[in-house]
Design a protein around this ligand. Sequence first.
Ligand SMILES: Cc1ncc(COP(=O)(O)O)c(C=O)c1O
Length: 419
Amino acid sequence: MLAHRGLFRDCVVMTLDLNWVRDQFPAFAEAPLQGQAFFENAGGSYTCQPVIDRLMRFYHQRKVQPYAPYAASTLGGEEMDEAQRRLALMMGVETDEVSFGPSTTQNTYVLANAVRRWLGEGEAIIVTNQDHEANSGPWRRLAEEGIEVREWQLNSETGSLEIEALEALLDEKVRLVVFPHCSNVVGEINDVPAITEVCHSTGAFVCVDGVSYAPHGIPDVGALGPDVYLFSAYKTYGPHQGIMAIRRAFGMLLPNQGHHFNSEMLYKRFTPAGPDHAQVAACAGMADYAEALTEHHGGPAGARDGARFAHDLMRAHEIETMQPLLDYLSDKNSARLVGGRDASKRAPTIAVELAGNAEEAASKLAPHGVMAGGGDFYAQRPLSAMGIDPDKGVLRLSFVHYTSPSEVEQLMKALDQTL
Ligand SMILES: Cc1ncc(COP(=O)(O)O)c(C=O)c1O
């Protein structure tokens, strides 16, 4: 048994059993995908078996309006509730603090509209230029209402968001700060607890875009401390849903965006669209997968501790797999690595600027069995701020815990032959 020390608090954590992990993802057994190394996970991950099973079961056996008093409907409703309850437990928040929407873009859009009505003229919010547009544009539009929008700017050399720069922007006028847990092009993991503490100390609420972080381990939102945490299930081994955890104090303060008769139900206040029943139910498969991963590796019982263990296990594997690629890219004259080269401080969402067009570079990798993407990834603001032309874009090489060291080698060989 291989073991690491200190990854899960003071416990010993086993090395990830990669064969077992890959067996949980049917894509790895599919003939058309054999020999294909997948490096566009930040765009959307492979789906794990429990999610597919639950989705299939819902469509085969429960495809009726849920919550009615006949078995197919009752079971469907129970599975939807189960998904909400188990994800909430994993994230360390209350069940009704978790809501599902069509996407994170839609969730931020609705939330921003609620904030638009809550804030008054002369009050301020802070946005960053490190975010994906989904957590930037809708907030910036609040300026049309007379709300002051301040920009927390990244360091143009390193791509980092520095906390001192935030502190210089904060004052009693600021009611909300929005930022990413991890940018989808910079990859650096922002210190959510420290940033949240600074914001809360001046009375500002905090909204975190966790889309680029959650695939690397569902976070303990309760411990991290923000008032809102958003992520996308389809990048986190699940179906195409946006998931939002909103803490009660903030959620009940904002005006309801749903039907008037649902206004006391926190999880219905910011998702005016009717839910996709089957997909919501299938999200419980994400919890099944995390739980099975923890159990297989001898981790602790209990949703929250188990999720933390799964998170640490995934991160440890990713860090080990990522470092050689970061070293390789940093040493390559023909590529500029975006973000830092220390794997322990970032997610394996790795963007590089090349001399030429990034989409063309990605298409050259395809014949080598490497699935990667090039473009701006809706992160035009951070790219521009770092002096990278969004039209030229970046080549993005993104992976997760199911990626093997041999796939990373395959990628580096392909890069040697194409860059
Ligand atoms: C960091 C980040 N935030 C937000 C989004 C938007 O998520 P969705 O596709 O669920 O709207 C994305 C999508 O790529 C993203 O990468």
